[in-house]
Design a protein around this ligand. Structure first.
Ligand code: ZN
Length: 442
């Protein structure tokens, strides 16, 4: 699937848009930026930038541009249409998820350790060689957990390393380093009392071994006490908020002091609605993107979840979710390194859709739209070492969204996508759309 058609000339001046750089700096009204061979070479105001002779001009008056989104926590490959299983974990289906992400404006995805076999390594290599489009894939290979305490779900059985000794933990990391994973994933959870969780001496050894190999280690976490220990043990990122209680000032201060990246993962927001949420209603910009790219039976199943909801269940979900919201507000206030990461790819939490939903949930929890844009662009780029992505500035890749409305006014305007550019080339969204709907009706 060729996703980078409509290639503009090698030098193009884009003029007139409101430009949101992605690094938290104030937006530039009436901007101009020059792109040469896929790289941004100048950013300034319209009328102040000159383009070389023969350069193309694109008028973006009335539009807003911002960097493409980056999701640091996803699980590509498991859902295909209405089915969800390890059998779906094929090259074709993983690429379909990466194309789906890109269609919604997400240009890079970190897979978080539920990865079977060699297929993702091949996809990453093909992308690096320029042979394959879609959202850029970063991988963690097989994540590491205590027996039966790794990824929870029948589709994931047997994929993660199960370790009970420091030596096994270190060997797993060495194997992963040999395969050049982008980072190491561990699970520290007892899966609701079903299994003993990875103990601190083991995760300390894994973190140490990761760092010896220059690899960041990130942790799935559930319990407050584990988060405290992980942060003290120099974990690089926690890929969920604590879920048994609120993160207090002491833990938040420790997260900030140790430079730990935090992925809020607000997907439980979906459970807080007694009735069909607005994004699943006709006319909503997220619903429009879904209808363009997902088959009707999948959308019908998403909607069905909201029929005859039990009031007590909704109440419980809201109480639980309130814990996450308050923790996130506290982290944002303390300037913690909040990073978009939302468990994309769980059943009916589709690529593209879930990232867009997460941005709205982050604002709902008390972050400003500007903080959320930083968390979805420059921050994950920094964490994932995507040095050329995540910011619209000279020297960076021209990876950007052209939006019909300003996301600083309303974060859901990130869904009003007019065009997507990757390395200066406009993505052919019509052909992406065709391939996506085909994949989901098969
Ligand atoms: Zn996950």
């Amino acid at each position: 699937m060729q996703t980078q058609a409509n290639r503009s000339g090698p030098v193009v001046l884009y003029e007139g848009a409101r430009l949101i750089a992605g690094d938290g700096s104030a937006p530039v009204a009436d901007s101009a930026f020059l792109v040469e061979n896929g790289t941004i070479t100048k950013v300034g105001k319209k009328g102040e930038l000159t383009a070389p002779r023969g350069a193309g001009h694109i008028n973006l008056t009335g539009k807003t541009v911002m960097p493409t989104l980056i999701n640091a926590h996803g699980h590509p490959g498991f859902q295909r249409g209405l089915t969800y299983s390890a059998d779906n974990f094929t090259r074709e289906n993983i690429i379909d998820d990466l194309n789906r992400a890109l269609y919604f404006g997400v240009a890079a995805v970190q897979s978080q350790g539920i990865e079977k076999g060699e297929v993702m390594y091949q996809i990453r290599a093909d992308q690096e060689a320029g042979k394959l489009g879609g959202a850029r894939l970063h991988i963690a290979g097989r994540g590491i957990g205590a027996p039966n305490a790794g990824p929870g779900g029948a589709a994931y059985a047997g994929i993660a390393y199960e370790v009970t000794t420091e030596d096994q933990g270190r060997k797993a990391v060495q194997e992963l380093a040999g395969k050049k994973v982008n980072l190491v994933k561990i699970w520290v959870d007892d899966r609701n009392g079903r299994a003993p969780r990875l103990p601190p001496d083991l995760f300390r050894a894994i973190i140490d071994e990761g760092h010896r190999h220059g690899l960041q280690v990130n942790a799935h976490v559930f319990y407050y006490t584990d988060a405290v220990e992980l942060v003290n043990a120099r974990i690089d990122a926690i890929v969920h908020l604590v879920r048994d209680k609120e993160m207090d000032d002491a833990l938040v201060a420790s997260v900030v002091q140790h430079n730990v990246y935090v992925m809020p993962n607000l997907s439980p927001e979906r459970g807080t609605h007694a009735e069909l949420p607005h994004w699943l209603q006709d006319g909503d910009p997220l619903m429009k993107l879904l209808q363009e790219s997902v088959s009707p039976p999948v959308i019908a199943r998403m909607k069905k979840r909201y029929e005859n909801r039990d009031a007590a269940g909704v109440e419980r979900a809201r109480t639980q979710y309130g814990i996450l919201q308050r923790s996130l507000a506290r982290l944002a206030k303390a300037n913690a390194k909040i990073t978009l990461g939302c468990d994309t790819g769980l059943e009916d939490y589709l690529f593209g859709m879930s990232e867009q939903h997460e941005l709205e949930s982050m604002v709902g929890a008390g972050m400003t739209p500007m903080q959320v844009i930083v968390a979805a662009t420059s921050r994950p780029a920094e964490y994932m070492k995507l040095d050329k992505m995540g910011v619209l500035a000279a020297g960076k890749e021209a990876d950007f969204l052209v939006l019909d409305a300003n996301p600083l006014d309303d974060i859901t305007n990130t869904r009003r996508i007019s065009k997507i550019y990757v390395k200066g080339a406009e993505i052919n969204r019509a052909s992406l759309r065709l391939s996506l709907t085909k994949a989901f009706t098969n």
